[in-house]
Write a protein that binds this ligand. Structure first.
Ligand code: NAP
Length: 243
């Protein structure tokens, strides 16, 4: 039986590219989404066409009951998980901290931090020796994102610390935990923050002089997931064109 990986937010963007990169390497994939069932089904069909099992599972990762049901349903469909990619995340429109509402701050931390912690906790409870967790952070964690979204940047800072701590907790039982920190990657997330051209415009200014593609992040995630990275844990891997 092929190894199984659950990818939160696996329907679009970096998560979609990760689901397909994993499928290409023979992983069966559980693809989580929250709203866009059509995109999730399309990604699952592409994965199945690569010859692996793929299931689509709706869950809001900010809700504990949804996260528990998501992990149960993944295991019921695909068997015990060997990999978990904690990828779901949001941004919000550019703003200075002084102008951010309580509701915005709460949503940002409920999803990006609490959602990731709930998924990491389930992974910690369920993965056994040889298992691997990859957390999708951001270079924003070290840049701070002033005048854009320090809330988002700080939510990713929490994920870096989660990665470092959980890697140390789970290392002795043979479970690895790593993070990728993407830079400016062309996905729909920028439009959701009100700036569809953000990656193109700002990407021109990074050392590699272009934005990244979701597939370039996915390749790193899948490498970290698999046995080729068997001695890598607690690492924060920047995939940001030198930004
Ligand atoms: P995206 O294209 O906007 O896709 C977001 C994915 O997350 C979708 O599959 C979406 O599902 C899912 N999602 C949203 N809210 C959710 C919730 N409450 N519960 C479960 N799933 C939820 O984003 P992306 O650019 O691929 O970003 C993926 C991750 O990379 C995020 O954590 C982001 O912070 C990080 N990142 C992105 C960039 C970048 O430049 N793109 C840079 C650094 C870090 P639906 O389709 O159902 O809405």
């Amino acid at each position: 039986m092929s190894k199984a990986v659950l990818i939160t937010g696996g329907s679009r963007g970096i998560g979609r590219a990760t689901a397909l990169a994993a499928a290409r390497r023979g992983w069966s994939v559980a693809i989580n989404y929250v709203r866009d069932a059509q995109a999730a089904e399309a990604t699952a069909s592409e994965a199945r066409a690569l010859g692996v099992q793929a299931v689509v599972l709706q869950a809001d990762v900010a809700l504990e009951s949804d996260v528990l049901a998501l992990f149960d349903a993944s295991e019921a469909a695909l068997g015990p998980l060997s990999g978990v990619v904690i990828n779901s995340g949001i941004v919000a429109p550019s703003s200075r901290l002084a102008d951010m509402s309580f509701d915005r701050l709460k949503r940002m931390f409920d999803l990006n931090v609490m959602g990731a912690f709930l998924c990491a906790r389930e992974a910690a409870r369920r993965l056994t020796a040889g298992g691997s967790v990859v957390i999708v952070s951001s270079v924003a964690a070290r840049l701070g994102s002033p005048d854009e979204y320090v809330d988002y940047a700080a939510s990713k800072g929490a994920l870096d610390t989660l990665t470092i701590g959980l890697a140390k907790e789970l290392g002795p039982q043979g479970v690895r935990v790593n993070a990728v920190r993407p830079g400016l990657i062309e996905t729909d997330i920028h439009a959701s923050g009100g700036r569809p051209d953000r990656a193109q415009v700002l990407g021109a200014g990074v050392p590699l002089r272009r934005p990244g593609r979701a597939e370039e992040v996915a390749d790193a995630i899948v490498w970290l997931l698999g046995d080729e990275a068997s001695y890598v844990t607690g690492s924060l891997m920047d995939i940001a064109g030198g930004r």
